[in-house]
Design a protein around this ligand. Sequence first.
Ligand code: FES
Length: 107
Amino acid sequence: SEDDMEPAGKTTIDLGNSSFAALQDIGGFAYSGDIIIIRTGESTYIALSKICTHQGCTVSYNSSTNQLPCPCHGSLYAISGAVVNGPAENALKAYTVSKAGNILTIS
Ligand code: FES
């Protein structure tokens, strides 16, 4: 991928990059490394770790339910990262997203 992983644990993504074209639409989502970015509004985004806190499988985003299921043992997470159904007991890690022009900074 062409996303820019910075050393300080910060990720920046350029919304003009075709890899992130899905984020042009509200409800759209894209992956960058181990992070799922979801566009929730005109200029609001959520970024969550895609690593299930149960045993580390990769969750996906279901835009029709607005939840994140894990394929391995059925854990289900809300868009906040909170656990909806176990066996996972801990929330997905949630990141802070800020937007400046076409650049999202995730930290
Ligand atoms: Fe996700 Fe077990 S690793 S539910």
